[in-house]
Every structure is written in C-alpha cells, then in structure tokens.
Design a protein around this ligand. Structure first.
Ligand SMILES: C[S@@+](CC[C@H](N)C(=O)[O-])C[C@H]1O[C@@H](n2cnc3c(N)ncnc32)[C@H](O)[C@@H]1O
Length: 259
C-alpha cells in the first residue's frame, strides 16, 4: 500500500480545527458504542460527560433512554443537536457541572478523562460524577491503557516523527492525517499534534491535543477520593482481563455507602 508523503507544516496553524474534521478523525474504538449501549440496559437516565457530538449518547438515546450529554465545545454540541435531537446537550465543564438531578449511569467514554491535565481535575470530575449518581448506580469510563508506555518509554521525548494515521473525508475534502507527539513521563503528560493535509490543494490543518494519562494503580485512590469504589476493571469491551499489553482500561465504579 502506498503511504501518502509526510506533511511539511506550512500554513497550517492559520486554519482552525473544524468540528467536522475532528469528528471524522476522533471517532472512537471498535465496539465501544455496543458496550456502552449494553451497560445502559435497564437504565432510565444516562449522563455522558465529555460527550462531543453525541457519538455514544445518540445511540443510547435511540434505545429509549433519557440521555443528557455534557461538553465544553460549543461547535461539537451544535453538531450533536442536529444529529441527535433526542439527547439533551448541555454546555458545561465536567469538573464543575451541576444538573441538579441524578442518573442511573454516568459515562465518560473514549479518553475524555485524559483531557484533564492534573489529578485534582480528575478527582473533581469523579466527585461531579458521584454527585449525579443514584445510590447503587454506575460510573463507567474507558481510556487507552498507558501503563506499559509509562514503564518502557524514555523519561522525556521531544517531537517524534510524524506517523500516518488514516485518510478521512470531511468538509467536502479528502484528508491524510498524521500524528506526532512529545511527552514528559513523570507528569504523565503527552501532547499529540494531528496534521491533516487536504489532497486537493495541500491546505493543512494542525491541532494539538494535550493529555494526561492515568495509571491502573492510581484509579482506586482517585475514585475513593470521590466516594466511589472500583467495581471492575477490564482490558477491553468484551470483558477481557486487563493485561500488560491491553490497549484499553474499561472501568466500572459505584458510590460507596458513606457520602
Ligand atoms: C476524545 S473526545 C470524546 C467524545 C465522546 N465521548 C466520544 O466518545 O466520542 C473528548 C471530549 O471531551 C470534551 N472535554 C474536554 N474537557 C472537558 C471538560 N473539562 N468538560 C467537558 N467536556 C470536556 C472535549 O470537548 C471532547 O468533546
């Protein structure tokens, strides 16, 4: 297979990251929608924190659940409202959101927790999730598993070489997408830069996504600080055990009795 040539960053940063392009590139992990629909079986009220354009929230609402989606990004929420009118999309910060009611499930799918760049923000979000859960209800989230990366990578890496990710169609164009990253292991911080090169006239759009990953051993303590108890942790959406080479962390937690 011919790989497209790598981009030379030129006029890229002048063009904003269009939501349609973001939507085409960051489109979830295989099996995640089916997983989240199945864990919502029997639920009446579902809250998704960091819902984007409703990729997960929309199908759950189509199953007949009452779904609220919270996100900071106005443009993504607008796209969500257009595609999934049954979802109640709310613009709010998951670290501070207060909807004044409780839910049977709170979901944080597809790395949204890694958008939070320090530990206190993760605990604040877990506390908000806890405050929106009915007794006995579940918090469920997934993110990429970073333990082996954390163990094996260099302590610090400046920009690595751009790697081809995929080709997508968006905004009437075909785009070749490349990713490069740098990290500081001690801080669990990775900065990923996506460069999207349009095939027609070589316009490039770059977007930086800063992330702070979590380690498996940190989860029980972070959840406990929010009066949540780790119930189950898996390495995939089909109940796979979490192993050193698992690609994902899939976590279920419940409110502890005291809180
Ligand atoms: C990787 S996307 C996941 C979107 C969606 N959950 C999905 O599975 O397609 C992360 C989302 O988290 C949102 N986000 C990041 N920080 C946030 C915050 N503090 N409060 C609310 N949303 C946030 C971003 O705007 C983005 O839509």
């Amino acid at each position: 297979m011919n790989q497209p040539t790598r981009p030379t960053p030129t006029r890229s940063d002048a063009v904003p990251y269009p939501a349609e392009l973001y939507q085409a590139v960051h489109c979830g992990n295989e099996g995640d929608i089916r997983f989240y629909r199945s864990v919502c079986a029997g639920a009446h009220d579902v809250l998704e924190l960091g819902c984007g354009w409703g990729r997960v929230a929309g199908p759950i609402a189509a199953d007949g659940r009452r779904v609220t989606g919270v996100d900071l990004a106005a443009e993504l929420l607008e796209r969500g409202r257009a595609s999934y009118p049954a979802v109640d999309f709310v613009q709010a910060d998951m670290r501070t959101v207060d909807l004044g009611r409780r839910f049977d499930r709170v979901l944080i799918p597809y790395n949204s927790l890694y958008c939070l760049l320090d530990e206190s923000d993760v605990v604040a979000t877990f506390r908000r999730a806890r405050a929106h859960l009915r007794p006995g209800a579940w918090l469920i989230f997934d993110a990429y598993a970073a333990d082996s990366f954390h163990r094996e990578s260099d302590a610090r890496q400046e920009w690595d070489e751009a790697a081809f990710v995929k080709t997508v169609r968006a905004a009437g164009r075909t785009w070749d997408v490349y990713e490069r990253s740098r990290w500081v292991r001690e801080q669990q911080r990775i900065e990923a830069v996506y460069t999207h090169v349009a095939r027609d006239d070589a316009v490039a759009v770059t977007s930086t996504i800063p992330q702070r990953y979590l380690l498996r051993e940190q989860l029980p303590r972070l959840l406990a600080e929010a009066a949540l108890r780790l119930v189950e942790i898996r390495g995939g959406f089909h109940g796979e055990p979490l192993e050193s080479d698992s690609p994902l962390l899939v976590v279920k937690a419940q409110p502890t009795a005291a809180a």
